[in-house]
Design a protein around this ligand. Structure first.
Ligand code: NAP
Ligand code: ZN
Length: 335
């Protein structure tokens, strides 16, 4: 069996270095994907830094993969060699628990992530259980589709679960990889969309992507003026914010939903939650079924990531640019 060549961090926060590993025999239900594109999600940066205490080194990041099927295990019927496919954050689940049987594999307690205790997609190939490898619709080109596999599904799923529709007023906090796709899906769902951003220079693009309103979240007056304006706010930021102000920005019965992961526990007064029947929730990626649906919706409604490409060998440059919040809006590594 040929070795797989990739890029790995050898210690927490270290630069990625060339690294290869021996993948062993392909599992009966596994697929090997020859990677053409892999998005750089901020979760990769969290994992490189071991922010969540789950990283093992050498660590190959990468979980927004598009490529072609290079090999299939003997029990795989759903995919064939040469087919263009995608793989996101999740690459396996038990297949038997209550949540898997309900089609909510993303909630399986034994869910396996593509690059946690497995080798991820900053590489020439990657493997996953076939149930988590999805065909890419012809209307989506690989570069712009790769970020949909994690960023796309992560923002699509809560908009769907919370019934966003033309009567909804949706706020998106943080216009990065996740946020710029959230604006597009919320707009496709017919909502009135408000972007909350620390980057004044993103206003024009946020509006081109579909935002009706733009609030510069560095201006405390602008934030306060947004009180009681939103039905659903999706936070995609990886930093601490004044969450109480965003709770205030919700209309009665509104929901603040976390997909971005701030470093500090969330703290907010209970009174506005009680009086306005407001709630706080979170959301993890989405099931394979939802990923297929999301890709189909993206293809039919023209939702796609705005990307900056880097050769795979320049992954460290891409990571540095993401750290500085300079990428517009998703870095994609290409083989
Ligand atoms: P990203 O591309 O780096 O975008 C994050 C955005 O947050 C930035 O563009 C910036 O937007 C805003 N931001 C950054 N630093 C900030 C600060 N100090 N204060 C306020 N705003 C700040 O990251 P991403 O790939 O979208 O990921 C975002 C978060 O989602 C990460 O924590 C990631 O781990 C998490 N995530 C969760 C899931 C899930 O399943 N729940 C899936 C994927 C990712 P502005 O310039 O507009 O302010
Ligand atoms: Zn991700």
């Amino acid at each position: 069996m040929a070795k797989i060549q990739g890029l790995a961090a050898h210690a927490a926060g270290a630069e990625l270095l060339s690294y290869h590993y021996e993948p062993g025999k392909l599992g009966l239900q596994e697929v090997e994907i020859a990677i053409t594109h892999c998005g750089v999600c901020h979760s990769d940066l969290h994992l490189i830094a071991n922010d969540w205490g789950v990283s093992q080194y050498p660590f190959i990041p990468g979980h927004e993969v598009v490529g072609t099927v290079a090999a299939v295990g003997s029990e795989v019927r759903s995919l064939s060699v040469g087919q263009r496919v995608g793989l996101g954050w999740q690459s396996n689940s038990c297949g038997q628990c209550e949540w898997c049987l309900k089609g909510l594999e993303n909630l399986c307690p034994e869910a396996e992530a593509t690059c946690v205790h497995r080798n991820g997609g900053y590489a020439e190939s990657v493997r996953a259980n076939a149930r988590f490898v999805v065909p890419i619709p012809d209307a989506l080109d690989s570069e712009h589709a790769a970020p949909l596999l994690c960023a796309g599904i992560t923002v699509y799923n809560p908009l769907r679960d919370h019934g966003v529709n033309p009567s909804s007023r949706v706020g998106v906090i943080g216009i990065g990889g996740l946020g710029h796709i959230a604006i597009q899906f919320a707009r496709a769902f017919g909502a009135e969309v408000t972007a909350f951003s620390t980057s004044a220079d993103k206003e024009e693009e946020a509006k081109t992507l579909g935002a009706h309103n733009f609030v510069n979240s560095r201006e405390s007056k602008a934030l306060k003026d947004a009180a009681s304006t939103q039905d659903f706010i999706l936070s995609t930021v990886n930093a601490d914010q004044d969450w109480a102000t965003y709770i205030q920005a919700l209309r009665p019965t509104g929901t603040l939903c976390f997909v971005g992961i701030p470093p500090t526990p969330i703290s907010t007064p209970a009174f506005p939650l009680i009086m306005g029947l407001r709630s706080i929730t979170g959301s993890p990626i989405g099931s394979p079924n939802r990923i297929r649906e999301m890709l189909d919706v993206a293809a039919r409604h023209g939702v796609k990531a705005l990307t900056e490409t880097f050769p795979m060998a320049k992954a460290n440059d891409a990571i540095e640019k993401v750290k500085k919040n300079k990428v517009r809006y998703r870095a994609v590594l290409c083989n």
